[in-house]
Design a protein around this ligand. Structure first.
Ligand code: 3PG
Length: 375
C-alpha cells in the first residue's frame, strides 16, 4: 500500500480524497469535528506538494447537505463547495477555474444512486475529476461503495495520513492479542455489529453487551423490555450468542418510569418502562473487568447518548483511562465521551479510532474492502 508521502510533486494536479465527514449536525452546528480535523494532515500534504484536493464525503443518507462542513472548513482553508452534478461535463471546467492553494468539497456523495451500488460507470465518472486517489476515510472503508472501492481501479491510489494511523494502531492489536481481552459493544447499528459478535466471542474472554443492542438481548433472553428500542431480525444470532459463556448481559439497567430514571434488574422491567442505559451494578462489574484486562476493545456508548444518558459511558471511560490495558475505542459517540474526560498525558495505552463499524470489521477480519483495493 502506497502512502500519501510517496505522491510525486503534483504541479497543480487534482487529487480525489475520500474523507469521512459523516458528523453529527444539529441546527446547522457540527457537534463533533474530530473526523473533519483528522483529515487536515492529508489535505496539507497535498497542498504542500502543489496539488488541489477534491474532497469526497457522505453525510447520513443522500438527503443531507455538506454545506455546514464546507463552512467549518472555510475557517482553515480557501474552499470551493461544488454542488454541481459530477456526471455533468461542466464540472470539469468549474474545477479547472479553482485557483491553486484552494480545496474543493463535493456535495454529499450518497446523493448519487451509483455510490452505494459501487456502480462502475459512476466510479469511472468520479475518477475523471482527478489524477490521483487518496483514501483517508478508514471509517467508511468497510463499505463497498464507488468512492471507496470502485474508484481505486481507475487511478493511482494511496493511503491518507489518518488511514495510516488507524491501520498502525489497530494492526498492533491484531498481531498481538493480549488476554484477558474484554470486548464491550454498545450503541445501535445492529446490521453492522451483530454479525461481528460471533467473531469477537471467539477472540475475547468477555463480550459485554450494552446500548440499544442490550435491549434485544434482554428480549431474546425472555425479559420484558417495555417500550424500549428493539430491533428484530437477529433472533437466531442472539440466541446462539446467549448460550456462549463469554457473552455477558448487564445485571441491571436504567429505565425511565413515570418520567424518573431508576435502576432495575431485567426481571423488574415494566410494560411502560424505557431502557436508557446500564445500571450502577453493571458499571461496577464492567469497570472491574476493565481494571484486570490487558486488552479492551470498546465500541458504542452504553446508554442513549442522544438523550444525554452518558453517566455509565463516562464511568467506563474513566475506568479505561485508569487501567493499563491497551484500549481501542471506536464509534463517534463513545470517542466524544472519552475525549471529554481524557488527559492526553495519561492516554498512551488508549487509541480513539475515527471508525465505528469499520473498526470492528477491521479487528474481526484483518482488513477492509477500501484498504484491500489500495494494495
Ligand atoms: C460511520 O459513521 O460509521 C461511517 O461514516 C459510515 O457510515 P454508514 O454507517 O452510514 O455507512
Amino acid at each position: 500500500m502506497k502512502s500519501i508521502k510517496s505522491l510525486p510533486a503534483l504541479k497543480g494536479a487534482k487529487v480525489l480524497v475520500r474523507v469521512d465527514y459523516n458528523v453529527p449536525i444539529v441546527n446547522n452546528k457540527i457537534r463533533d469535528v474530530r473526523r473533519i480535523t483528522s483529515s487536515f494532515e492529508t489535505i496539507d500534504t497535498i497542498l504542500k506538494k502543489g496539488g488541489t484536493p477534491i474532497l469526497i464525503a457522505h453525510l447520513g443518507d443522500g438527503s443531507a447537505t455538506l454545506r455546514p462542513v464546507a463552512t467549518f472548513l472555510s475557517k482553515t482553508y480557501n474552499i470551493v463547495f461544488i454542488t454541481h452534478d459530477v456526471n455533468d461535463s461542466h464540472i470539469h471546467s468549474i474545477i479547472e477555474q479553482v485557483p491553486k492553494g484552494t480545496i474543493i468539497l463535493l456535495e454529499n456523495i450518497r446523493h448519487y444512486e451509483g455510490e452505494e451500488k459501487n456502480d462502475a460507470k459512476f466510479a469511472k465518472a468520479l475518477s475523471k475529476l482527478g489524477e490521483y486517489f487518496v483514501n483517508d476515510a478508514f471509517s467508511v472503508s468497510h463499505r463497498k461503495h464507488a468512492s471507496v472501492v470502485g474508484i481505486a481501479k481507475y487511478l493511482p491510489s494511496f493511503a491518507g495520513a489518518q488511514m495510516q494511523k488507524e491501520i498502525t494502531a489497530l494492526s498492533s492489536v491484531l498481531n498481538n492479542k493480549k488476554h484477558p481481552f474484554v470486548f464491550i459493544l454498545g450503541g445501535a447499528k445492529f446490521e453492522t455489529k451483530i454479525p461481528l459478535l460471533k467473531r469477537f466471542a471467539a477472540l475475547a474472554d468477555n463480550v459485554v453487551i450494552t446500548g440499544a443492542i442490550m435491549n434485544s438481548f434482554y428480549k431474546e433472553a425472555g425479559f420484558a423490555v417495555g417500550k424500549s428500542v428493539v430491533e428484530d431480525g437477529f433472533s437466531k444470532q442472539i440466541t446462539t450468542l446467549l448460550k456462549n459463556p463469554v457473552v455477558l448481559l448487564p445485571a441491571d439497567c436504567l429505565v425511565i418510569r413515570d418520567e424518573k430514571s431508576i435502576a432495575v434488574t431485567p426481571d423488574e422491567i415494566q410494560s411502560h418502562d424505557v431502557i436508557v442505559d446500564i445500571g450502577p451494578q453493571s458499571v461496577k462489574l464492567i469497570s472491574d473487568k476493565i481494571a484486570k484486562a490487558k486488552l479492551v476493545v470498546w465500541n458504542g456508548p452504553t446508554g442513549w447518548y442522544e438523550k444525554g444518558y452518558v453517566k455509565a459511558t463516562t464511568a467506563l471511560a474513566k475506568a479505561a483511562i485508569a487501567s493499563k490495558a491497551q484500549t481501542i475505542i471506536g464509534g463517534g459517540d463513545t470517542g466524544a465521551v472519552i475525549e471529554k474526560v481524557l488527559k492526553y498525558e495519561d492516554a498512551k495505552h488508549l487509541f480513539v479510532s475515527t471508525g465505528g463499524g469499520a473498526t470492528l470489521e477491521y479487528l474481526a477480519n484483518g482488513t477492509l474492502p477500501g484498504i484491500t483495493v489500495l494494495k
